[in-house]
Design a protein around this ligand. Structure first.
Ligand SMILES: [Zn+2]
Length: 148
């Protein structure tokens, strides 16, 4: 179990989570007139569950236990997120933290670490097509803001 203080440090290192925590999401839902239904509760639970998961992925990457991560989409993803599903980012890339999903509140993109062995098992062509330069993702264009 990760200490709360460590979770907070990682959350503050994430481009979205450092600005939009659970309380802000709840406020946005209320602002949209969704604050009084179970819908809001389900959405917030999912948001916090994904945040917890992404923070655990970040911890593995920060500790160097894994040095690659790959994107996957919780269906249905937007066209932009779907187009980068399967792409791989190396933490040798200085901008890797800017590529951590999700990219918006409601974004369906996620990621998982990829072991060195799994990377080595890829063909040269697959590596070339999947490995992505983090800078190319610095301005993500997820279009699922507040779509459920
Ligand atoms: Zn998206």
């Amino acid at each position: 179990m990760m200490p709360e203080e460590r979770k907070k440090i990682l959350r503050n290192a994430h481009h979205l989570y450092k600005r939009i925590g659970g309380a802000v999401v709840w406020g946005l839902l209320e602002e949209c007139g969704l604050g009084d239904g179970t819908y809001a509760g389900v959405f917030l639970d999912e948001y916090l569950k994904e945040m917890s998961y992404i923070i655990s992925v970040m911890e593995e990457l920060e500790k160097g236990e894994s040095v690659f991560f790959t994107f996957f989409v919780h269906e249905p993803g937007c066209a932009w997120c779907t187009s980068i599903a399967g792409k791989i980012i190396s933490i040798g890339d200085a901008d890797w933290r800017n590529c951590l999903p999700p990219f918006a509140v409601g974004c369906r993109m996620s990621c998982r670490t990829l072991s060195v062995a799994a990377m080595q098992a890829l063909s040269a062509g697959e590596k070339e097509s999947r490995l992505m330069v983090a800078h190319d993702l610095v301005l993500p264009a997820c279009s699922l803001l507040f779509q459920f």
